[in-house]
Design a protein around this ligand. Structure first.
Ligand SMILES: Nc1ncnc2c1ncn2[C@@H]1O[C@H](COP(=O)(O)OP(=O)(O)O)[C@@H](O)[C@H]1O
Ligand SMILES: [Mg+2]
Length: 259
């Protein structure tokens, strides 16, 4: 299963934000999208998941134009956690997670035993099982993020799109979400597409990184191919080295010392 964005042009009203963007996303991989604030990362993600119409080009999901899918059908292939999301105050964790299962319901029917098994399973794999009877508003930032990921997982999509899943979390909870994403990918084979701010994390977890600058694809490739001093300078305007450390699988970024 693949998601192919071909020559995408996306914007808001008459403005054009994303220009001639061609990217391929493979199931089973972890793909990260990086780039400066306002470069168009969320806009690409929204267009690739039909949260936003595009102006030109095409999005092909599993060989078929995204516009041809019924919502329910599409939800079997892709699940999305947008950058901004909110729940009504009185939702319990297990209710919110079961809400993610709705696309599988037949009209006028209720959840089957299998649906409940899946809902329970995703609450366990995301580590929110012990929170299931709590109100979503009683959960901490890290817990809330895991609950949302569980909700999208209950949908059982083949590829999960997460827009900045770690923003606003402290470093321990950031790493926890990264580990969760990595485990999900490894153990269930679900494809992951994430917008990430932390370049070190992108380097560490990604199979592929797509760099966006000013609404255009600057580069794409393996973390080692993409995260280079040249890219950091040209895209972020920062001076940095990317170095290997003995005993560590992935290189690390060392930013230039402040004056
Ligand atoms: N709903 C919107 N209406 C108009 N312009 C928007 C909207 N959302 C984003 N933009 C603009 O599109 C550009 C890219 O935004 P976005 O895709 O959110 O960037 P990123 O996710 O990389 O920070 C920015 O200039 C932003 O102001
Ligand atoms: Mg964004």
């Amino acid at each position: 299963m693949q998601v192919n964005c071909n020559h995408l042009q996306v914007g808001y009203g008459d403005t054009v934000i994303i220009n001639d963007m061609t990217i391929t996303i493979d199931k089973k991989q972890i793909t990260s999208i990086i780039g400066p604030n306002g470069s168009g990362k969320s806009t690409v993600l929204k267009a690739a998941t039909r949260l936003l119409n595009y102006q030109k080009g095409e999005v092909i999901i599993n060989g078929r134009d995204i516009r041809k899918y019924k919502s329910k059908e599409l939800s079997r292939y892709i699940g999305v956690l947008a950058q901004k999301h909110s729940a009504p105050a009185d939702f319990r964790v297990k209710e919110l997670v079961s809400y993610g299962r709705m696309p599988h319901l037949k009209p006028l029917s209720s959840f089957s035993k299998e649906d409940y098994e899946i809902i329970d399973k995703v609450m366990k794999t995301t580590g929110v099982w012990h929170l299931r009877d709590k109100s979503i508003y009683e959960c901490s930032g890290g817990e809330t993020q895991r609950v949302w990921i569980a909700t999208v997982l209950a949908q059982d999509p083949e590829i999960l799109f997460l827009d900045e899943p770690t923003t606003y979390l402290d470093v321990a909870h950031q790493l926890e979400v990264m580990q969760l994403v990595k485990n999900l990918n490894k153990n269930t084979g679900v494809g992951i597409v994430m917008v990430l701010h932390d370049l070190g994390q992108a380097l560490e977890v990604s199979d592929k990184i797509i760099v966006i600058k000013d609404g255009k694809k600057y580069s794409e490739g393996t973390p080692e191919e993409v995260i280079t001093p040249k890219m950091l300078k040209e895209v972020y305007n920062v001076d940095a080295d990317v170095i290997s450390i003995a005993g560590r699988e992935k290189p690390v970024i060392i930013y230039k010392e402040l004056a």
